[in-house]
Design a binder for this molecule. Sequence first.
Ligand code: PRP
Ligand code: ZN
Ligand code: MG
Length: 224
Amino acid sequence: MSKQRLTIAVQKSGRLSKESIKLLSACGVKFNMHEARLMVHSTSHPIDLLRVRDDDIPGLVMDGVVDLGLVGENVLEEESLEREMKQQSNQFRSLRRLDFGHCRLSIALPTEQNFNGIADLEGLKIATTYPRLLERYLKDQGVKAKPVMLTGSVEVAPRAGLANAVCDLVSTGATLEANGLREQQVIFRSQVQLIQRAEALDPSKQQMMDKLLARIDGVQLAKE
Ligand code: PRP
Ligand code: ZN
Ligand code: MG
């Protein structure tokens, strides 16, 4: 990507999109947003936004395709574990934890199902978009269960007969409730992080980065 312009990957549409743009706006970085555009140039700073699926953001930063990313720790940790297993590079710099995008990754079962503890998961199929985080948790707990990878609509898996349980993100809990599921065990807590690629930025970009970071700190402080 551009040598002169700082590139930031943000979620195109979803729980983090609005807050991500709001944060940058509060920092004085202005954009002419076009819903359909993947790439948006700032009208006030040499900054470009790359609008992608949140799941793609950690990889883009780890591969050095973009300079920065605003991303949930859930997808960040999942991608790190995945790359570690495949012995691919998973390096990045963690700059700030930000005060939005709070959610938890939880195991949930059909409401009518009895649950007395993690041991009850033994032998079950658990639908999830986070197989590595789930595997790590099950291993720590000494429980053998089978993650079933689904990239979306995880909450319908038990009713569709694809799995016995789910391991999915919970924010308000509305999705689980609407699908007859009850949250039983939190396995990971997440919020948004600002991350930077591992390889150093060139000096002009680093200077801009330092300014942006100072403004982000100011915005975060003002919120407290
Ligand atoms: C998560 C999760 C549920 C929803 C839960 O999706 O997969 O669909 O949020 O939120 P609730 O408890 O408030 O109902 P997310 O927004 O991360 O979108 P994605 O799965 O498309 O990445
Ligand atoms: Zn996602
Ligand atoms: Mg979802």
